[in-house]
Design a protein around this ligand. Structure first.
Ligand SMILES: Nc1ncnc2c1ncn2[C@@H]1O[C@H](COP(=O)(O)OP(=O)(O)OP(=O)(O)O)[C@@H](O)[C@H]1O
Length: 242
């Protein structure tokens, strides 16, 4: 197994005549979590969407496990690199139908959906309930269980707690951290919440205006940012927290 989970080399993404990302080069080692931070519109979601080919990079290359993602069969890539979004989408049907959705779609052996629910701290009694009856926090956990059913090695998390109230946010965050320590999942975690980034990140990727301005260990970047851009971003975010 490759020690590098994700490697990006000079990655760019163009939409129309606008480059939404340019010259992104970064490496995420297996088992680590990088918090992707930066101002609104910096390209954070775009960067995530390139990693499982929801969008195709216009320039450069992205490797997962040492292999160019364009060489992966896309279903295999998406099984290996799972994604969870800000607003959990529940499919019509029961919680169980939702948890097993990906496995059925890919004709994979069905697993114990109750065990997956327990992994995300939900009681298995919920399996038979209509998914639409659950609270936002519970739906986000079901979305996570649905992704975990595919046994991904990498999780792309796009503001997964930002639609939740403070209590549910901390709970879903804790669940993710437990999953990480149990399954050693590598995570690329977009967040607007600097406090959350401090709690969860091994590494920081700081994007602004489509460029990766700084990346490296969180304990260094969050304490001694090298660039004026990151310094000013952190100062503003800290002001917002006060
Ligand atoms: N398909 C598209 N075509 C053109 N522009 C787009 C497209 N998708 C996103 N954008 C623009 O690209 C830029 C980057 O968007 P993106 O959603 O990746 O940023 P972000 O850092 O995740 O922002 P936020 O923190 O607000 O979610 C924004 O200016 C956005 O308006």
């Amino acid at each position: 197994m490759n020690e590098v989970a994700i490697h990006m080399a000079d990655v760019g993404y163009q939409s129309g005549d606008k480059w939404l990302l340019q010259g992104v080069t970064a490496t995420l080692a297996r088992g680590r979590t990088a918090a992707v931070i930066g101002p609104s519109g910096a390209g954070k979601s775009t960067l995530l969407s390139l990693c499982n080919l929801l969008r195709t990079p216009t320039a450069g290359r992205i490797e997962v496990d040492g292999q160019d993602i364009r060489d992966w069969p896309v279903q295999r890539l998406r099984q290996k690199v799972g994604m969870v979004f800000q607003a959990a989408t529940m499919f019509p049907g029961s919680v169980e139908d939702n948890v097993l959705f990906g496995l059925k779609l890919h004709n994979r052996p069905l697993t114990d959906a109750g065990r997956l629910l327990e992994l995300v701290d939900l009681p298995r009694e919920l399996l038979t309930k209509p998914a639409s009856d659950l609270s936002g926090g519970q739906q986000q956990r079901v979305a996570l269980a649905r992704t975990l059913a595919m046994e991904p090695e990498v999780l792309l998390l796009d503001e997964v707690t930002s639609a939740l109230d403070v209590h549910a946010k901390r709970e879903v965050e804790e669940t993710l951290l437990e999953i990480r320590s149990r399954l050693h999942t590598t995570m690329l975690w977009v967040t607007h919440d600097l406090r959350q980034a401090r709690r969860v990140a091994d590494d920081i990727w700081f994007l602004t205006a489509g460029r990766l301005v700084e990346d490296g260990p969180a304990e260094r970047l969050l304490v001694e940012p090298a660039t004026a851009e990151l310094r000013s971003f952190l100062a503003q975010a800290e002001e917002g927290e006060a």
